[in-house]
Design a protein around this ligand. Sequence first.
Ligand SMILES: Cc1cc2nc3c(=O)[nH]c(=O)nc-3n(C[C@H](O)[C@H](O)[C@H](O)COP(=O)(O)OP(=O)(O)OC[C@H]3O[C@@H](n4cnc5c(N)ncnc54)[C@H](O)[C@@H]3O)c2cc1C
Length: 371
Amino acid sequence: MAAESKGCKGLFDEVIDAGLCTLCGACTGRCPYLAYYQGRIALLDNCTRIDEAQCYDYCPRTHIDMNAISQKIFGVQYSDGEIGNTKEVLIARSTDANITEKAQYGGVVTTLLSLALDEGFIEGAILTKTSDGKTPSPFLAQAVNDILQCAGSSYMACPVLERYNQIPEDNSDKLGIVAMPCQVLAVAKMKANPPANRASIDNIRLVIGLFCTWALSPQNFYQFLKENLDLSEVKKFDIPPPPANRFDIFTASSKTSFPLEKIRKFTMPTCAYCLDMTSEFADISVGSVEDIEGWNTVIVRTKIGAELMEMAKKKGKLQIDKLPSASLAHLKEASLLKKKRALNEIIKRSGDRNNLIYVGLSTKLAEKILE
Ligand SMILES: Cc1cc2nc3c(=O)[nH]c(=O)nc-3n(C[C@H](O)[C@H](O)[C@H](O)COP(=O)(O)OP(=O)(O)OC[C@H]3O[C@@H](n4cnc5c(N)ncnc54)[C@H](O)[C@@H]3O)c2cc1C
């Protein structure tokens, strides 16, 4: 089920030096040889412990047996649907004005995490925090106010999983995590083949995945921002849905917009090889809703996800409605397009239709996506 471990050397040869690193943080935070430093993974010393090294195993860009992971998370084979395994697809928004004021869209993520913490469902949450005009960093929230401070989207990649790796082995706090599709994939790999030397991966009780088309390189994009804005003033970033085609940056008193074309050059090269737009291995996945401002699209995927959504509804924390069928059709279309593009890029790179580099999909499903 797990990739054949090739240790740190394999990780550099196949992923980092190959430009495929997602900066998910699955390889840093515990290993003495690897560190996240200014938007890249640095090798501090030559690793000789290939037999113990787990960096290669949990990387979301080394071999992934999609069926095995799906069996572990959902108890069924990997879905051939455009948006993965689903129980329900809804739209929702927070009923708490303190949250909607700070949140990216409807504040569903912040609301669900706050509720989960209040109800003792989790005791903390691994999130992404952006403060004082810095690049985003992983953050362990242990109070509702901490969760609120992390509301909003930084579109730069952040090594969220590094924070999980830093938790002492004997810590048994139940945790939530908010993660990008690549990071959700790394968590799913860990759940399918638990790491030996970290806090139990089963302590991560709730995985909220974000939708993602691409993320920006912290190194390059941060430099661009610094040259164009006073970053300490920035309150919010946004990429309004098409046809807007712009990247907006808000301060307390102004809005600066850049054409998306100008921003796209800062995307992480690895995003071109990612098949997952909707965080398919999460308990709940959350994104925007085209044409309905201030709401989120919510995909409920697991029993835990369904229980939490039900609790939020009963306690009046979320306003929930049906996703209009045209929006669902569009979401599926966009998600399939991401899969198709990524597979084509992967095949272009490997030069062989049967070599999908890291993606362990059946030939039948790969051909269906490529149709
Ligand atoms: C890089 C990136 C690309 C995205 N692309 C799309 C897209 O193409 N289509 C779409 O519909 N939605 C996309 N989203 C998701 C969207 O921006 C919102 O995060 C989502 O709709 C949840 O909204 P909310 O109001 O519930 O979030 P909030 O309640 O404001 O919560 C946002 C949460 O996002 C987390 N977060 C912020 N920045 C990051 C980061 N860099 N990495 C990991 N977690 C982070 C925070 O921890 C916070 O808990 C993207 C998000 C990111 C970070």
